[in-house]
Design a binder for this molecule. Structure first.
Ligand code: SAH
Length: 274
C-alpha cells in the first residue's frame, strides 16, 4: 500500500445486489483508486474480483473459518486505515445506507474528523424486483412502497419479539419489501393478515436476486411462509408483498435467460389473480 503523503479518506460504497454490471461507474472508480477495500459477505465475487491487485483486501463478513468482525471493530479499522493516509473503500452489498449500517460508520468517521463520501448502490429491493419482473409501484396496484427490516439486529433487541407497526403496514395500496425477513416470515405474514391485509395478497420470495443463482417463488400472504420452507429458501432472500407481485409471471424476463438447470424457478409461480 503506497499511502505516503496522502490524506486518508473513506468512500462508503454500495456494491449493488449481486450482478456486477449493476455497479455504478462512481463505485467502480472508487474501487479502482482504493488503497484498501473493506468488504462484506454480501458483496458478489465478481465485484471483489474488480479490486486492483495493488489494493489490500479485508473481509469483514462471516466466513466458515473466521468469525465476523463486530461493528465496533469495523469502525475502529476504518478510522485506523484512514488515519494512516489510505483511501479506504468500505464496500457493502446493495446500498450502504439501507440496512447497511453506513450511517453508523459515517458518524464514527465524523467523530474522528475523517473525510468521507457516500456512493449509493442499487439496493436489493430494486435489483430483485426488476430481475423478478415486479414493478414496485404500478398504476392501479400500488401507490407507494416501504422497505422494512424483518429482523432486529441490535444486540439489545435480539431477544425481543419483532414489533413493527403492523396496522400501518397492512395497507393494500402499498408494496412492502422485507429485508432479512426469512426467519420471521411466519410471524410477519400472520401479523399482516391479523391487521387486515387480505390473505390472498400476492407475495414473492427472491433468493440471490440478480445473479445466475436467482430463485423466485410467488405465492400468497397466507402460504408464502410455508412455501419458502418447502422450497428450501436461504439467505439472502428478499420478500415482496403486494398486488404488484401479480405481474411477475407476465413480466418474467431474467428467469428466461438463466441456464436450464435454473428453469425450476418457473414452476414456483403460483396462480395469482391480477
Ligand atoms: N444494504 C443491503 C441490505 C443489507 S441487509 C441492500 O441495500 O440491499 C441484508 C438483506 O438484504 C438480506 O437478508 C436480504 O433480505 C437482502 N438482500 C441483499 N442482497 C440480496 C440478493 N441478492 N437477493 C435477495 N435478497 C438480498
Amino acid at each position: 500500500m503506497n499511502i505516503s503523503a496522502k490524506t486518508g479518506h473513506v468512500s462508503l460504497v454500495g456494491a449493488g445486489p449481486g450482478d456486477p454490471d449493476l455497479l455504478t461507474i462512481k463505485a467502480l472508480k472508487a474501487i479502482q483508486s482504493a488503497d484498501v477495500v473493506v468488504y462484506d459477505r454480501l458483496v458478489a465475487d465478481g465485484i471483489v474480483a474488480l479490486i486492483p491487485e495493488t489494493a489490500e483486501r479485508i473481509f469483514a463478513g462471516k466466513s466458515c473459518k473466521k468469525k465476523a468482525m463486530t461493528q465496533d471493530e469495523i469502525n475502529a479499522l476504518l478510522v485506523e486505515l484512514a488515519g494512516r493516509g489510505a483511501h479506504v473503500v468500505r464496500l457493502k452489498g446493495g446500498d450502504p445506507l439501507l440496512f447497511g449500517r453506513g450511517g453508523e460508520e459515517a458518524l464514527e468517521l465524523v467523530r474522528h474528523g475523517i473525510a468521507f463520501e457516500m456512493v449509493p448502490g442499487i439496493t436489493s429491493a430494486q435489483g430483485c424486483a426488476a430481475y423478478a419482473g415486479i414493478p414496485l409501484t404500478h398504476r392501479g396496484l400500488a401507490t407507494g412502497v416501504r422497505f422494512i427490516t424483518g429482523h432486529r439486529t441490535a444486540p439489545e433487541e435480539a431477544q425481543m419479539p419483532l414489533e413493527l407497526n403492523w396496522a400501518s403496514l397492512a395497507d393494500p395500496e402499498t408494496t412492502l419489501v422485507i429485508y432479512m425477513g426469512l426467519a420471521n416470515l411466519e410471524i410477519i405474514t400472520a401479523q399482516l393478515i391479523k391487521h387486515g391485509l387480505a390473505a390472498n395478497t400476492p407475495a414473492a420470495a427472491i433468493e440471490q436476486g440478480t445473479t445466475s443463482a436467482q430463485k423466485l417463488l410467488t405465492a400468497t400472504l397466507a402460504d408464502i411462509a410455508q412455501k419458502v420452507v418447502q422450497a428450501a429458501f436461504e439467505p439472502p432472500t428478499l420478500i415482496i408483498i403486494g398486488k404488484v407481485v401479480s405481474l411477475a409471471e407476465s413480466l418474467a424476463w431474467f428467469v428466461n435467460q438463466l441456464p436450464d438447470n435454473n428453469q425450476k424457478n418457473v414452476k414456483y409461480f403460483t396462480e395469482l389473480s391480477h
